[in-house]
Design a protein around this ligand. Structure first.
Ligand SMILES: C[S@@+](CC[C@H](N)C(=O)[O-])C[C@H]1O[C@@H](n2cnc3c(N)ncnc32)[C@H](O)[C@@H]1O
Length: 202
């Protein structure tokens, strides 16, 4: 199947003045799992150019806040409580830099992190699991008991063990492939809700 960069979601995003077509993925996940609520503090890892942040900010409202982290700068967001941080999730000081900006815990950690693609499926999948593993490490130390984790991953043999790991930490873990996620892409989202808790934060 030919890859159509300018598909209907791309055109919808342009028409509606959104930063990226990715916004429709988190919207669909939220409509299905009802994760975002007013007043929540949310951490997004891999947040540029800020499509998800725009959606999440509107869902958590002025009493909530969203911190978006990326290697790339994110143009200033108008919505009430959006903060951004240029950082590498693999860098050892990133956790401390997050805590300096916003004190944990967060109600939810979301990751749309994507490694640079090599085109070699097994390598891309291994890299996506490795980056998601780092996101989970960083996130779990800052996640409220009962909180949620949403993470993008490329499908492959390492997905099941990773899902099992989440199942041991969260009350419920589900795989979701939003309609806005291209059919030609192996990306899928893990949605884990009801975090059992972290002794560091309790
Ligand atoms: C698919 S994009 C995110 C799109 C975003 N959710 C949106 O709605 O606009 C993936 C992002 O992951 C970021 N990324 C990849 N590796 C990273 C790392 N090691 N640390 C921080 N960000 C990283 C990339 O720079 C890229 O902006």
């Amino acid at each position: 199947m030919a890859f159509n960069r300018k598909d209907s979601y791309y055109k919808q995003a342009k028409r509606e003045g959104k930063r990226s077509r990715a916004i429709y993925k988190i919207e669909e996940i939220d409509q299905r799992f009802r994760v975002f609520k007013k007043g929540q503090k949310i951490l997004e890892l891999g947040a540029a150019p800020g499509g998800w942040m725009e959606y999440i900010a509107q869902r958590v409202g002025p009493s909530g806040m969203v911190l978006g982290l990326d290697l790339l700068p994110i143009a200033k967001l108008k919505s009430p409580p959006c903060l951004t941080l240029i950082a590498d999730i693999l860098a050892p000081d990133t956790g401390a830099r997050i805590d300096d900006l916003v004190s944990p815990p967060f109600a939810g950690i979301v990751s749309d992190l994507a490694p640079n693609l090599t085109g070699i499926k097994a390598t891309d999948q291994a890299n996506s699991i490795a980056i998601l593993e780092s996101a989970l490490q960083l996130g779990l130390e800052r996640l409220n008991q009962g909180g949620f984790f949403i993470g993008k991953v490329f499908q492959g043999s390492e997905l099941k063990p990773f899902k099992n790991r989440l199942q041991a930490l969260f009350a419920k873990t589900t795989l979701a492939k939003p309609k806005a996620s291209r059919k030609t892409s192996t990306e899928i989202y893990l949605v884990a809700t009801g975090y059992a808790g972290n002794t560091r934060l309790q």
